[in-house]
Design a protein around this ligand. Structure first.
Ligand code: NAI
Ligand code: MG
Length: 357
């Protein structure tokens, strides 16, 4: 009998989302199969996404959030497809879930894998490994604003897109970052700011960072402007451990981080509701990649790494480590998709990871 069965809502959504989610499920099912009944996964797949939108005029069922609420976690692919405006698909599904389930901490490790070439020179001489902690509930993506004056003569429309920074929101993400730093070899938090130009929201961000830092005297800190941080990712990445940033800044920096590690297809992410009032959501950082979708060549490592973060969330730390080690053995052994210089298909990489478990 299976002692612990985790109920997972699966939303593959669009493009390569379906291909990489299938890969992550295969790895977790293999792990469960080898656990001698200690744990298992009960998957419930939801057909939401851009095709669903074409049929129903909405990205997910009207009571979709109610349907998801009772699950232990959500495993997500990627959303967005030509024909549906990106702001409609993103807000209608992924951001809708993140916001309403208060998944306020988005954890995005930047991992350098053996056998995968980084464009960074430093990758050869330093042990690089850092994690971007993204404020995932407010900031620039709070969704406040509007468009008006559309009826005026051509060219007069006006749009306001406001960023919102609250002391509450800043404080909880920073405390989260400091606590994460305490679990790492290098106990350091780098705060990403832009308070030179954004004198209200980002100065509040800095003030809260300084105050929370005072509670963690054992953790090293620095505060870096976002433009300088982009340069630092490239030039001095060995100085990074935990990087805490606002919604937009972390969104951009984590794509940079995964590109530096070798490909957008490698990066994993967890959207956490740390209080566990709602299910958390695990998804690769990348999007639906319409340019390669349906060809079976998407890199599944970002999605499989996200499944490992889900195992961590369930307290299955040894199993999460086993998945990460199997990924390393696979890339070191030369089984790679073409975005990282190989020729293997999604299924071949997945099969090799399962074999290396
Ligand atoms: P993208 O991440 O889909 O693709 C960017 C580039 O990375 C492409 O060249 C693609 O082939 C490559 N790539 C992405 N994932 C890969 C993988 N697993 N293996 C190998 N190569 C991979 O970003 P793009 O093209 O800007 O957006 C496409 C759609 O995805 C848009 O509709 C966008 O709104 C959506 N999107 C959704 C996200 C989400 O659901 N979390 C995140 C980012 C974009
Ligand atoms: Mg992004």
């Amino acid at each position: 009998m299976t002692v612990n069965t985790y109920r997972i809502a699966v939303i593959p959504a669009d493009g390569v989302g379906a291909e990489v989610v299938e890969a992550g499920r295969a790895v977790l099912d293999a792990l469960a199969g080898a656990s001698a009944g200690r744990f298992g996964f009960d998957w419930h797949e939801f057909p939401w996404g851009s095709a669903y939108y074409a049929e129903h005029g909405r990205m997910m069922a009207e009571d979709g959030l109610d349907q998801l609420k009772g699950f232990d976690a959500i495993y997500f692919g990627a959303v967005g497809w030509p024909g549906v405006p990106d702001h409609v698909s993103l807000w209608g599904l992924r951001l809708n879930i993140c916001q309403n389930f208060d998944q306020w901490a988005n954890v995005r490790p930047v991992t350098f894998l053996p056998g995968i070439e980084s464009p960074l020179r430093a990758a050869d001489r330093a042990d690089l490994d850092w994690v971007v902690v993204r404020e995932n509930s407010e900031g620039e993506y709070v969704g406040l604003g509007g468009r008006t004056f559309g009826a005026r003569a051509g060219g007069s429309e006006v749009a306001v897109q406001s960023a919102l920074f609250t002391e509450f929101g800043c404080e909880r993400i920073m405390r989260f970052a400091f606590e994460l730093a305490r679990t790492r070899t290098r106990k350091k938090v780098s705060s990403v700011t832009k308070s030179n130009a954004q004198q209200y929201g980002m100065v509040l961000w800095d003030d809260v960072f300084a105050r929370v830092a005072g509670e963690f005297p054992d953790v090293e800190t620095e505060s870096v402007l976002v433009d300088a941080m982009a340069a630092k990712f490239v030039l001095r990445p060995e100085e990074l451990s935990v990087v805490v940033a606002s919604n937009l800044n972390a969104d951009i920096l984590s794509d940079l981080g995964s590109a530096l590690a070798g490909s957008l297809g490698l990066a994993a992410s967890a959207n956490l509701n740390p209080e566990r009032r709602f299910p958390s959501m695990f998804e690769p950082v990348h999007g639906s990649a319409p340019d390669i979708a349906g060809r079976g060549i998407a890199n599944p490592i970002g999605a499989i790494g996200s499944a490992a973060l889900m195992l961590d969330h369930f307290g299955l730390h040894d199993e999460a480590t086993a998945v990460r080690q199997a990924i390393e053995r696979t890339t070191a052994g030369g089984v790679r998709t073409r975005d990282v210089g190989g020729t293997a298909t999604t299924r071949e990489v997945t099969g090799a990871i399962v074999g290396n478990l």
